[in-house]
Design a protein around this ligand. Sequence first.
Ligand code: PXP
Length: 251
Amino acid sequence: MCQLGMNIDHVATIRQARRTYEPDPIWAAVEAQLAGADCITIHLREDRRHICDRDLERLKETVQVKLNLEMAATDEMVAIACREQPQMATLVPEGRLEVTTEGGLDVAGQRDRLTEVVSRLSDAGVSVSAFIDADEDQIDAAAVAGFAWCEVHTGPFAHAHYEAHGDMADDRVLDGLDVVIRAGEQIIDAGMRFNAGHALNYRNVSPIAAIPGVQELHIGHSIIARAVFVGLREAIEEMKALIDAAEALGD
Ligand code: PXP
């Protein structure tokens, strides 16, 4: 079954805009779980621009589904993850000036370092995922480094879909989708578990959710954007329904 990993960073972004106590990411996580989210994702950034250390501690105590910590592979973050032991850690590249994660992790270019990080996290009981571009060399490197999961960057597909006004017959969209499908096959053949995410929304999620073997979709911005108007629970339920329906078509 294709599951939904709900990224709640933007709830903390609103809170941090006023450096206050609301809206509370813990409340968001409760709403998300009541709506059927299968996983709660937070990104603890080096600059703590949204999620803070205390959020991670409180979520670790309260979240009943899988908790996925997005993080850079720095010594500071690895120490925090080993201490807090979320069920999953997704390693992402992190740039101070970026608005959101911009590209996949260069696993091939830092394989020795990442092998060590994966081993430290795995020893602490944390299942480790690599957020990567749909690139053969990166997938090979992730397998060698010992990652249990790969999350394929769906940004290029989403961008093509947007540019083509959602026309699924457009070659750019078909190519973008095919690249994700082939990456998923390679990930599964290499013995890892296949996730996908980034820039997925209510208009483009269905073809990605229908890909055979995809296990989790990690989505944040579009759901929080819709939640502003319909509430978080309804926004998540709508996304879950789209994922479930697409998956049924893919079967
Ligand atoms: N997956 C990863 C690794 C991410 O860094 C992000 C953004 O935080 C997402 C998924 C969610 O992307 P979006 O907010 O565009 O849905």
